[in-house]
Ligand binder design. Sequence first.
Ligand SMILES: NC(=O)c1ccc[n+]([C@@H]2O[C@H](COP(=O)([O-])OP(=O)(O)OC[C@H]3O[C@@H](n4cnc5c(N)ncnc54)[C@H](OP(=O)(O)O)[C@@H]3O)[C@@H](O)[C@H]2O)c1
Length: 417
Amino acid sequence: MSNTPSDRNDNSRESAKQSVNVAVLGATGSIGTATIDVLQNLNRVDAQQAWHLWAASGHRNLDSLVELARQFPTPPQRLIMSDVETAQSSPLLDQSGDERLCQTSIQQGAEALVAAAEAAEVDVVVAAIVGRAGLESTLAAVRAGKRVALANKETLVVAGPVVSQAAQQSGSHLLPVDSEHSAIFQCIQAAQSPPKKLILTASGGPFRTWTREQMAAATPDSALAHPTWDMGPKISIDSATMMNKALEIIEARWLFGLPAEAIEVVVHPQSIIHSMVEFEDGSVIAQLSPPDMRLPIQYALTYPRRLPCTSPPMDLTKSWDLTLEVPDMERFPALQLGFEVARMGGTAGAVLNAANEEAVGLFLAGKIRFTDIADGCRDVLQAHDFESNPPLNRLLELDQWARKQLQTRFGLESKRR
Ligand SMILES: NC(=O)c1ccc[n+]([C@@H]2O[C@H](COP(=O)([O-])OP(=O)(O)OC[C@H]3O[C@@H](n4cnc5c(N)ncnc54)[C@H](OP(=O)(O)O)[C@@H]3O)[C@@H](O)[C@H]2O)c1
């Protein structure tokens, strides 16, 4: 194909840009697809860097994975289906029908996630797998010294000290994607001072004003209907129980190195103030933007640069209600667990996370009540033999133990898959 003069100019502009190879793990999810949007936007607006989707993974949603790979002019080097059963049963594994993807290596299984995360060609890993399943690949990226845009908060909840130590050793830069942690990170950057207190905002979820009795009868559909954010099912249920905020307290503890006592939660139903930081002199700096994950994702990719973003800007010509409420720990006992586990450290995060993942699955399957989620997590946490300085393999053993224990708590162990 011959190039016109303007094509040639475009091509030389492109080749003058520095290439950034990105691995998006969990590309088919809510954060993953928002990341794909961000990469496409960056390729329009970034004059310095060309953003390549080098690898992308999905677990079961092969159609979406192939579809998003087709959106890039240069196809990804690797597409990974982490669920082996889906990969082996799907005819789409043979991509020869699509000429543009014939150079793409199609891989399967959890090991392929780890291999992509640590591949020498990869500059940035977007850790967007949901749950503890994201731990090994995120840790591999950290150990390999990559820049990691971290959405998968469960990795830090389960193994915060292990991940922090690995990042120190490898020089990996962990940049938060969670909007609250991105906000805190941005506030600290703006102040150029160490934080005294981190103030995480919480929307309060769909049951912010419900009684415990109403919550006990809540259906999965009502719990999934988040008032301000459109997210995957697990984090939506976590937002409804406020376990998401509990996990974020623990995440903040490891990301910013402050003790639980220096972390506070306020309920802010509008989700405009994404979090705040108090400094030594009592000044509080907040970060505001409409609720849209493309902004924190993009900032994690381009930091310290700020570039035009497709998320909508604040419309300050409107009148705003920005309200802050004290959270109710009795109606939302998960929040209390978050503070306790952030204080305890050690094995507590792995146990809480596993019990919660199991309980959320059971609630979505209609096997336990909504209020059983936090109650079951508390019981499992209390039943475990706490260790203060566990190695990674002990944390993974306890993950399995806590899942079984949660099932037993509800008399469901024999039905375990
Ligand atoms: N959504 C948000 O707005 C938001 C905000 C802040 C933080 N986060 C965090 O970001 C992470 C992702 O959340 P999400 O809402 O994007 O979740 P999601 O929409 O459910 O997407 C999850 C992704 O992980 C993949 N996945 C599921 N199980 C897996 C497994 N066992 N092994 C490997 N991959 C697996 C899914 O693949 P398939 O779809 O192909 O099955 C999908 O790509 C979570 O840790 C969440 O807490 C999300």
